[in-house]
Design a protein around this ligand. Structure first.
Ligand code: GLN
Length: 277
């Protein structure tokens, strides 16, 4: 079978499982052939799709995300290594990066809470060549992924990935203050109806935050004033329906909150600034 035909048939089989069947089939084939997706066109007339492709397609048919199968996800135009120890960086979170870059274009010290793969922190360090950053992550395997991504993106000399858990007293001792704090904390309601590719494969500790999904904001936001410089800003990812509640928690802790949308037009981030006086 020609590679082009194998991709076509795979895309047809994935139509029920995936919202992006053709893209998935192309990414799996490129991975199996050891080429980039853009180079796939040059291989379309090759015969015999590689054996790994069939195995990977079967895994995708069982809802396993492509990013975990191929070990990589593109975010803000850069490749990130991912494993099931980290949440897969989502296109929606690119709007958190945009919000941070517009709110704090001169940031020199950046703190990322719950770094995971490092997608948010390392992207910001790549975009802000003068900045230094610290990423806090409680999972050791996730920290190893973030360190690897920092190396791969050439920002390791400006990134420190630290062990820490903001539910434990003293986690922030000695960190100092930051011009920019970013976080994509867990914010999903515990009994939310998630798609199987998320619920069955992604790390629960990166997704779920209590019955209303707000547990981590309640713990984090009151700690932010002591971590920010005078004109510092915090940019937090939120669930699309959480704007009112997260703004209220923020207001109660001395912040004004400004909402940013994702490309789908849903609320996706809040920009927090300390109110004066
Ligand atoms: N946006 C993610 C999802 O719904 C959730 C990310 C998070 O909890 N931080 O799959």
């Amino acid at each position: 079978m020609l590679v082009s035909q194998a991709i076509r048939e795979a895309a047809a089989r994935l139509a029920e499982t995936s919202d992006t069947p053709r893209l998935d089939a192309e990414l799996l084939m490129a991975h199996a052939l050891g080429c980039s997706r853009s180079d796939l066109l040059l291989r379309h007339q090759d015969t015999a799709a590689p054996a790994a492709f069939a195995e990977h397609l079967d895994r995708r048919m069982q809802h396993e995300p492509v990013a975990y199968i191929i070990g990589e996800q593109e975010f803000y135009g850069r490749p990130f290594r991912v494993t099931p120890d980290v949440l897969i960086p989502r296109a929606d979170s690119e709007s958190v990066v945009d919000a941070a870059l517009s709110a704090a274009p001169e940031a020199r010290r950046v703190l990322d809470l719950g770094t995971g793969s490092g997608a948010l922190l390392l992207t910001l360090l790549a975009e802000l060549p003068e900045a230094q950053g610290i990423g806090i992550e409680r999972s050791q395997p996730a920290r190893a992924i973030a360190v690897r991504n920092a190396d791969q993106l050439g920002v390791a000399h400006r990134a420190e990935i630290r062990s820490g858990d903001w539910t434990q007293a003293g986690w922030a001792d000695g960190l100092g203050r930051f011009d920019l704090i970013i976080a994509n904390p867990p914010y999903v309601e515990t009994d939310a109806d998630l798609a199987p590719n998320v619920r069955n494969f992604e790390p629960a500790e990166a997704l779920f935050a209590g019955a209303d999904g707000l547990d981590d904001y309640r713990i984090l936001i009151p700690q932010l004033p002591d971590l920010l410089t005078e004109n510092g800003v915090a940019v937090l990812e939120i669930g699309a329906s959480q704007t009112g509640q997260v703004s209220e928690i923020s207001n109660n802790n001395g912040f004004s909150a400004q909402v940013r949308l994702d490309l789908g037009g849903r609320d996706r981030a809040v920009i927090l600034r300390l109110r004066l006086g």
